[in-house]
Design a protein around this ligand. Structure first.
Ligand SMILES: [Zn+2]
Length: 356
């Protein structure tokens, strides 16, 4: 089947139970929390995320229909209300179906990236259930496709591989944050090599060492030529020539340092800020050296770590520690990047507030 979403009837029987057995949890609270979580995402005004919020709003407003799901026209109407302006079409049902299907598929891709954090968030809040996206394909005789959020017990959700043995049930305190690891979904050409993880084994290892080694060799040779010239012509050298050579050498070192330095450092530091040519406008991409037994294979992977700020609810992302936290990676809140600052431990995935 080409569509990544299964028909309701194709789900495993154990997955269907929670929605039927409603006792023990308040569905409205779950939908409200999901809406709140999505609002905190950096992508909260992107159409696929608005579509998710629209399903939350529809489920809150029509609790009796939440389990069956909502049709494309209902979702289009709700999206338009949330955005405060029209979307898709008012009366062309085919166009509405196409638009909702397209953004639903985008939402599924976004969901894969966010899933770990969502499950963790619902666990931290004490809900026993985590959301899943579900779609019932329409059939002939005018039966439309329906979209819904389906709730499953957190215990039944298999632990994502990327949690790498992190104890998510460990005691958790205020002023502390728990990071989640997100894959990079919108990588440009330059970062794509590292998005799935660049394996540091066999020929790939040697290709990487060569790519990194050439600029370093060039730099070493430049320094050697400079020093030789300096020693041979010591008597006749003018100060301006020495200065100019020093500036060129320093500039070459600096360019090499910021361009390939992080790849050289990742071996010893295990996790570093990705070089400028891999960054997005948010400067929050990291390069992590992953290796057994915490990860299946030895590889350098481009990742982001994010968390929710316990002080204001904003999105925390990993950035440079700057002069104050020199040489460290820290978590900075989008709302108060200078004040809501947290330590960052990529192994335990925990952090503590530095200032409070
Ligand atoms: Zn904050």
């Amino acid at each position: 089947m080409s569509d990544p979403v299964s028909h309701f009837s194709q789900r495993a029987p154990s997955e269907q139970a929670p929605n039927r057995v409603r006792s023990g949890f308040d569905a409205a609270q779950l939908f409200e929390k999901m809406d709140e979580v999505a609002l905190c995402w950096r992508e909260h005004d992107r159409l696929d995320v608005v579509l998710l919020r629209a399903i939350c709003r529809l489920s809150l407003e029509n609790p009796g229909d939440a389990e069956e799901g909502f049709t494309s026209p209902e979702i289009v109407h709700s999206v338009a209300q949330l955005r405060g302006r029209a979307w898709s079409s008012d009366n062309d049902t085919d166009r509405m179906s196409d638009d909702v299907r397209r953004y639903w598929n985008k939402l599924l891709a976004t969901w894969e990236v966010k899933k770990e954090g969502i499950i963790q968030h619902f666990g931290d809040c004490g809900f026993g259930f985590a959301p899943h996206l579900d779609k019932a394909e329409g059939g002939g005789s005018g039966r439309p496709s329906r979209y819904r959020i389906h709730w499953m017990p957190i215990d039944s959700v298999s632990e994502p591989e990327s949690w790498a043995g992190v104890d998510v049930s460990a005691p958790f305190h205020d002023r502390s944050i728990r990071y989640i690891c997100e894959d990079i979904e919108d990588a440009g050409l330059s970062a794509r090599l590292f998005v799935k993880g660049y394996e540091m084994t066999g020929w790939r290892k040697w290709v990487m060492l060569t790519l990194v080694g050439i600029p370093v060799l060039f730099l070493v040779l430049s320094a050697a030529v400079f020093l030789m010239g300096f020693s041979i012509n010591m008597a006749t050298l003018e100060m301006s020539v020495v200065l100019r050579s020093l500036i060129i050498l320093g500039g070459t070192y600096w360019v090499t340092h910021i361009t390939i330095g992080p790849i050289l450092n990742v071996a010893s530091a295990r996790i570093v800020l990705a070089p400028w040519w891999m960054q997005s406008i948010n400067d929050d991409r990291l390069l992590e050296l992953q290796y057994p037994p915490r990860h299946p294979q030895k590889a350098i992977k481009a990742v982001r770590y994010t968390a929710t700020c316990p002080l204001c609810g904003g999105a925390v992302s990993t950035r440079s520690g700057g002069l104050e936290f020199w040489g460290r990676i820290v978590g900075r809140c989008e709302h108060a990047p200078k004040e809501h600052v947290f330590s960052f431990d990529h192994v335990t995935r925990k952090g503590k507030a530095f200032r409070f």
